[in-house]
Structures are given as structure tokens and as C-alpha cells.
Design a protein around this ligand. Structure first.
Ligand SMILES: Cc1ncc(COP(=O)(O)O)c(C=O)c1O
Length: 386
């Protein structure tokens, strides 16, 4: 399968010329490939796409066509998906601490599946969404994950059954367990460890009269990154096999975000300033830390900045367009020397990028176009020009 979506030089130059820069280009076909890649290697595991990673409506539409379910985390995500015709029974409200507005949105749209990790949340849900189906989120250790979500979320595994019993006493449907091994996990190990812990908890629950029937193994599936060689196919197959081994008769869900959308979007960005400051080379780009590159702050991500030039590599500082000194993407990043108006390509920037971009300082969010909408036009024009 095509591992990631990547524009070639003629496409980048055509798109920059005709659609402007900065520009994000999203491939629906890559979304479909990623979805099917996961589904094939974890047969029987229901996919709930984590909308937070990239809520673009064409991603939601494509995944809806493919039969995906959705992980939502706020009133905004619930209402946006409901407005797009996503049935409530295909959403899980997977934010362990929910807002009153989020619970009202769940109630009004009929979303009835939730995760939680505390007693206070069980009491809150018992009042707001009586009868709701709930999964307790357990904390799992995975120092190898790129983003450790377990610093903020998850109950101690040895507290899980107590919390489920409290949920039941509040009139909720205590249905199962969920975990998230942390985002961009480099191996299957943490999943397998968490599956073993969950198996033990399911067995203990049964002995204590709780009949658990759903396990949610969260997100965390990785995408290709600079200087790291992860056997993604082998890893996901190993997780799928472990799910079958430990939970052959349980309904199992997963909540991938990055894996579905990360490799499906490219950024086209241009050099808008070239300076030498204190004998160091600086390049200013038309997208920055407050825009698509917000992932550098929020997701600790390192992006590839590809140029279509050749030359001896030099260290340079890359800065964004805003009038703010924080807006520096990278210092001493190796690059070929660049000039004003040079166009750069940033592949693999579909997750936690546009989703967390701001309009700070009056810079509009970088527009997103769909590759499959423009591909035919582009091929025709490039052929004509050739
Ligand atoms: C509850 C939950 N599920 C799923 C995800 C998606 O994780 P990933 O993008 O690593 O697949 C997240 C990410 O923050 C999350 O908080």
C-alpha cells in the first residue's frame, strides 16, 4: 500500500501558483487506505476515528462511507458530526472529564457511550445521561510513546472495578474498560501489556458479578517519522492477534487519530523572508507555530521540510509569519540554501496540525483542498504545459 500521500514537485508548484501559499492538500484516498490497512490487520475491531486529530468534514464523510464510528470529545465535535448525519450510536464521547455542555449535546443528539476515570465523573454522568453505557479508562505506562496521555488520564487498574460499581450504582450501564497507550507508540508491547491487565480485570469483574462486554484499546498507532523505522504492519498485526487471543468473545473498539489522518495531508509553504541575523541564516515561512506548525508545540512533532533544490546543507532557523518571537519552528535545522519565494513541501502533516491552528495576529487558517478534487485538473494543465 502507498504508505503516505506525497505531492511531487510539479504538483506543488502548480498548486502554489494556482491556489496560493500556504496551502494544505488532503488526500481522501489516503484516508481510505489507512482505514482499510488498520481494519484488515485487526479484523473484528471496531474503528472509532478520533475526531480531535483532524475534524475536516471530508475526512468524516469518507470515514462515514467506509462504515467507521467516531470518538468525540466535546459538544462541538458531537454537534458537528450530528449535523453531518453521523448517527449517535456510532459515536463514543471519549473524554474522561466532560463539560456540562458536552453532556447536554450528548443527551440531545442521543450519544450514549462514554468513558470516565473518576468517581465524580460517574456521579455526573449518572445525573446527566442516566442509563448511559460507560467504560472505565485505566492508566497504562508507556514511556516510549511520543505523547504520554497517561500523565493526565486513567484510573489505577486496581481502582477500575470500584469505579465501575459506582457507575452501576448511579444507574449507568457499566460495560467495559478502555485504555490509551499514548500517541505514536513505537511498538505493540504497551498494547499487549494493557490487554493482559484488561483480561485480568474482566475476569475479576465477572467473579464480582459485573458482566463486562466491551474493551476499547484506544489510539496510539504510529505513522512513519524521521529517523525511525517502525514495522507498522507487523506491529498492528501483533496487536490484532493479541486482541483475538485475550478477548476472543468481547466487542473490541479502537480509537485511532494520527494513523488515519497523519499521512494524508501535505503542506505547501513558501519563504517570505530571508535574513542573516548574528551570522546565522534565517528563513521566514508563510505558515508558523500559530498555524499548521502548532503541532510542534502541542504534539512535540518534528516535521520534514522538503525543498526542491540541491546544494550544500547549512544550519538555518525557520520562523513563522506572525509578529511574535515565540513563532520559531526550528533552530539549526539542516537545509539547502533557500531564496525568497521558494516553495517547501511538508508531508505527513495531517494530524494535530490544522486541528489546533489559530488565527492569532490576523493570519487566517491555512486553507485545505482535497487532492482528488484537483488531481484531474492538475494532470491536464501539467500535460498542456509540457
Ligand atoms: C481518548 C483518545 N482517544 C484517541 C486518541 C487518538 O490518539 P492517536 O492520535 O494517538 O491515535 C486520543 C488522542 O489524544 C485520545 O485522547
Amino acid at each position: 500500500m502507498k504508505k503516505f500521500f506525497k505531492l511531487n514537485q510539479s504538483a506543488v508548484e502548480y498548486l502554489a501558483r494556482n491556489y496560493g501559499s500556504p496551502l494544505l492538500v488532503l488526500s481522501e484516498n489516503q484516508i481510505e487506505r489507512n482505514y482499510k490497512f488498520l481494519a484488515k490487520r485487526m479484523p473484528g475491531v471496531k474503528i472509532y476515528y478520533a475526531v480531535k486529530s483532524n475534524p475536516h468534514e471530508r475526512i468524516i464523510r469518507k470515514l462515514n462511507e467506509l462504515g467507521s464510528c467516531f470518538d468525540v470529545a466535546s459538544d462541538g465535535e458531537i454537534l458537528a458530526l450530528a449535523a453531518q448525519g453521523i448517527p449517535a450510536n456510532r459515536m463514543v464521547y471519549a473524554n474522561p472529564t466532560k463539560t456540562p455542555g458536552g453532556l447536554r449535546a450528548a443527551k440531545s443528539t442521543g450519544v450514549n457511550k462514554f468513558t470516565f476515570d473518576s468517581e465524580s465523573e460517574a456521579i455526573k454522568m449518572g445525573k446527566a445521561v442516566p442509563g448511559g453505557t460507560v467504560l472505565v479508562r485505566i492508566r497504562v505506562d508507556n514511556p516510549d510513546a511520543h505523547v504520554d496521555l497517561n500523565k493526565k488520564f486513567g484510573a489505577r487498574p486496581d481502582d477500575a472495578l470500584r469505579l465501575l460499581k459506582i457507575a452501576q450504582a448511579q444507574g449507568l450501564d457499566a460495560a467495559g474498560i478502555c485504555f490509551h497507550v499514548g500517541s505514536q507508540s513505537p511498538s505493540a508491547d504497551a498494547y499487549i501489556q494493557s490487554l493482559k491487565i484488561s483480561r485480568r480485570l474482566f475476569d475479576e469483574a465477572k467473579a464480582e458479578g459485573l458482566n463486562l462486554r466491551i474493551l476499547d484499546i484506544g489510539g496510539g498507532f504510529p505513522i512513519p517519522v524521521i529517523n525511525e523505522d517502525i514495522d507498522i504492519s507487523g506491529m498492528i498485526e501483533a496487536i490484532g492477534a493479541a486482541v483475538n487471543h485475550y478477548f476472543p468473545d468481547t466487542e473490541v473498539w479502537c480509537e485511532p487519530g494520527r494513523f488515519i489522518c497523519g499521512t494524508a495531508m501535505n503542506l505547501i509553504t513558501s519563504v517570505i523572508g530571508v535574513q542573516e541575523r548574528n551570522n546565522k541564516q534565517w528563513y521566514f515561512l508563510d505558515d508558523g507555530l500559530y498555524g499548521t506548525f502548532s503541532a510542534i508545540i502541542f504534539d512535540h512533532w518534528e516535521f520534514e521540510l522538503e525543498t526542491f533544490k540541491s546544494g550544500l546543507m547549512i544550519p538555518a532557523t525557520f520562523a513563522g509569519p506572525s509578529c511574535d518571537s515565540l513563532d520559531i519552528l526550528y533552530r539549526d535545522k539542516l537545509t539547502v540554501p533557500l531564496e525568497m519565494d521558494d516553495v517547501l513541501l511538508v508531508p505527513n502533516c495531517g494530524s494535530y496540525t490544522s486541528a489546533s491552528a489559530t488565527v492569532f495576529n490576523g493570519f487566517a487558517k491555512t486553507p485545505i483542498i482535497i487532492w482528488e478534487d484537483v488531481e484531474a485538473e492538475l494532470i491536464k494543465n501539467i500535460e498542456l504545459a509540457g
